[in-house]
Design a protein around this ligand. Structure first.
Ligand code: SF4
Length: 91
């Protein structure tokens, strides 16, 4: 496989969006095989670490508010959540 294809695959991740705010159901956390979904008491939602997510999609169906999307299918009005998820892990 060409190196460029590897880079593209590695950059993919799932993203948690607006409906998680105020919900924080955490069903996604329980099913994630690589434990890359995190939050804390001061945060109003959960976040997916884009560097750790293996793009498996296991977290999508358990979410009761349909908050999780593949990065390239995030609804336009929630596209800023791609950065919000990534930024959580930069501190
Ligand atoms: Fe975890 Fe898979 Fe969801 Fe990524 S897509 S956050 S690896 S369950």
């Amino acid at each position: 496989m060409p190196p460029a294809a590897v880079v593209i695959f590695a950059s993919m991740a799932y993203v948690i969006t607006q409906p998680c705010i105020g919900t924080k159901d955490a069903s996604c956390v329980e099913v994630c095989p690589v434990d890359c979904i995190h939050s804390d008491d001061a945060s109003e939602m959960y976040y997916i670490d884009p560097d750790e997510c293996i793009d498996c999609g296991a977290c999508v169906d358990p979410c009761p508010v349909d908050a999780i999307y593949p990065e390239d299918e995030v609804p336009a009005e929630w596209s800023h959540f791609i950065k919000i998820n990534a930024d959580y892990f930069k501190n």
